[in-house]
Write a protein of this length. Structure first.
Length: 269
């Protein structure tokens, strides 16, 4: 039963990629298992046949009733704090919300304070998460990368579920947080135009001379789509290419507001 459940949920996730989150967990008598992406559900195991319908019917803002006000956060180093809102659009459901910051290695970072770090989101309500950096001064010539994590857990009516097997899923949303030094001469919008590309066999080389992280999406070499990548500031990065692909490289980038920029095209030498 457990293996069939995992297969079913994996198939549903593949059909619901438009719902944005980063990892999902379900709890049953066999324990806690990490299976893939997104939403929050709590229902009897015999009702699993309706999950597919629920997954496809909801969008990112309606999934579990919780939505975040950004897909990435820019924190100016000279600012005292920054913030992001979190909205519960559900008419009846309450959620327990837990937020924290991790460094680029995925380790909780105590250099940041989030207020409130733990709270209950009431139905049809909006809360603000305030982020305050309290650590030592960081590099002044380039951005520093962190991850903002927001976990939401739905309320459960224990009386109604007593004696029944249940499927309960909690959503963990992760977004990039860039701590940006003050007084940088360059503009982040100009960073994609500064990228330098070359090819060594089946390896794509990208040089980023700018002080900004640049996320590249919808990459193609010829007609072959390749994996999205993020290049670090003032760094050379290498990424594998599928064997034998030929043609020009086309790509888009993600700007400070989470929007995708127009397509760019470069020749690989």
């Amino acid at each position: 039963m457990l293996s069939k459940l995992k297969i079913l949920l994996s198939q549903i996730v593949d059909k619901a990629r438009s719902v944005h989150a980063s990892s999902i967990y379900y709890r049953c008598r066999a324990g806690l298992i990490n299976i893939a992406h997104q939403t929050i559900l709590c229902l009897p195991l015999f009702s699993l046949f309706i999950v597919s319908y629920l997954f496809i019917s909801v969008n990112a803002n309606a999934a579990g009733g919780i939505a975040l006000g950004a897909t990435r956060i820019i924190y100016p180093a000279d600012a005292k704090q920054t913030s992001v809102w979190i909205r519960n659009s559900h008419l009846q459901e309450r959620y327990l919300v837990n937020a924290w910051i991790e460094n680029s290695n995925g380790v909780k970072d105590k250099s940041f304070i989030i207020t409130p770090p733990l709270f209950v989101s009431e139905p049809k309500s909006e809360n603000t998460l305030r982020i305050i950096y309290t650590g030592s001064p960081l590099a002044t010539d380039r951005e520093s990368l962190y991850w903002m994590n927001v976990k939401t857990i739905p309320s459960v009516d224990k009386g109604a579920l007593e004696g029944r097997n249940v499927l309960q899923l909690a959503i963990l949303s992760r977004m990039k947080l860039f701590l940006r030094p003050a007084n940088l001469q360059e503009l982040s919008a100009e960073a994609p135009d500064l990228l330098q590309f070359s090819r060594s066999g089946n390896v794509l080389n990208i040089r980023n001379p700018s002080p900004f992280y640049v996320t590249l999406v919808n990459l193609k070499v010829g007609n072959q789509k390749i994996q999205n990548v993020m290049v670090s500031p003032k760094n050379n990065s290498q990424f594998p290419l599928p064997a034998g692909v030929q043609g020009k490289l086309t790509f888009q980038t993600v700007n400070d507001y989470g929007s995708v920029t127009p397509v760019r095209e470069v020749s690989l030498h």
